[in-house]
Ligand binder design. Sequence first.
Ligand code: PLP
Length: 381
Amino acid sequence: MDDTDLIHGHEYFDKVTGTFVPPIFLSSIFEQRGTAKKSDRGVDLKYSREENPTVIALERVLSKLEGSEDTLCFNSGMASISSIYLHGLRAGNNIIITSEAYGTSIKLAEDLVKFGVHVKKAYPSADDIISKIDRETVMVFIEVMTNPTLKVIDINQVSEKTGKSGIKLIVDNTFLSPYNFKPIKNGADLSLESLTKYLSGHNDLIGGSVSGNRKIILDIWEWRRMLGTILNPFSAYMALRGVKTLGIRMERHQANALKVAKYLASSSKITDVMYPGLPNNSYYSIAKRMFRGFGGVVSFKVKGGRNEAISVLKSLKLIKPSPSLGGTESIMTYPVLSASSSINKSDREKLGITDSLLRLSVGLEDVEDIISDLENSLSKI
Ligand code: PLP
């Protein structure tokens, strides 16, 4: 079960000391006398750019949580994404990516045009994604719950098509976390997470992971080795510590988020609340069917435009105007100037990413304090 795996899934035990808490293995090298210890994927432990025991302990936990054969950890979510692209794409290939996704994932894919890779953008719906598939398509990259307007894509419809056509389906699962949703069990070939967010959960490290079957993971392992993008042992230790409480943190994040969403929906200063956990949200039924919980991010539009949105951000006291999400602290971002700034304006308009949109990552503080901070900032517009 998830909560037990989060705590015990590393399987670490040291016979000499009796400890079952994986330590930080800072060693860069391991002895080579032909008797080297092998990692779970059968690779000799010899050099920490390739394999490191603290990182392996974290990878074991994540494989159990994702329901995958294997997992690799990287030094950022973007390192996970770039390694997946480099491993799976070559000149002449098409990648389909939704027009709404983390902006840097889209920008990096578009920049691969200089290596002969072409990007086709799709509206974040199963029908539009499927309609964009052609003979050159080798990869489809989606966020099942999109950043920042929290649209939900019916992954089962997409995976039925990609599975039959031999196209790799990649899911960035950062907004949901594998506690709420398991992409591999829903037909994805690879599930990736920015560990920076919910998985480590404390806004104190940068990391990423990729989970999938052993064969693909071994191929991507080679890219991680060549690019030198393995997670460092200190961050792996911190992530192992953070991930133990993922279940109870997610439950509290989403309980707080629902209360905040209800408050915002009742405010005369708000024109739209985007949270799939609200029964009147257009994605409520599909989200309820697919996810264990609705996550801790709530997006909303203030009455007015850019001036009003920025004024709300500036008046906040407890909630920090800051990028990122998924940590203990409540954080608010202005998507048109941050995560969505590299999405072109016409796509942003179609997606509802307007100048009045704000994205709130609801933290673990007392929800009354979060709501009172919002109330105070909204009273200024
Ligand atoms: N995917 C999503 C959905 C994100 O929001 C982010 C960062 O904000 C990333 C990937 C990139 O992760 P990292 O910042 O750890 O590189």
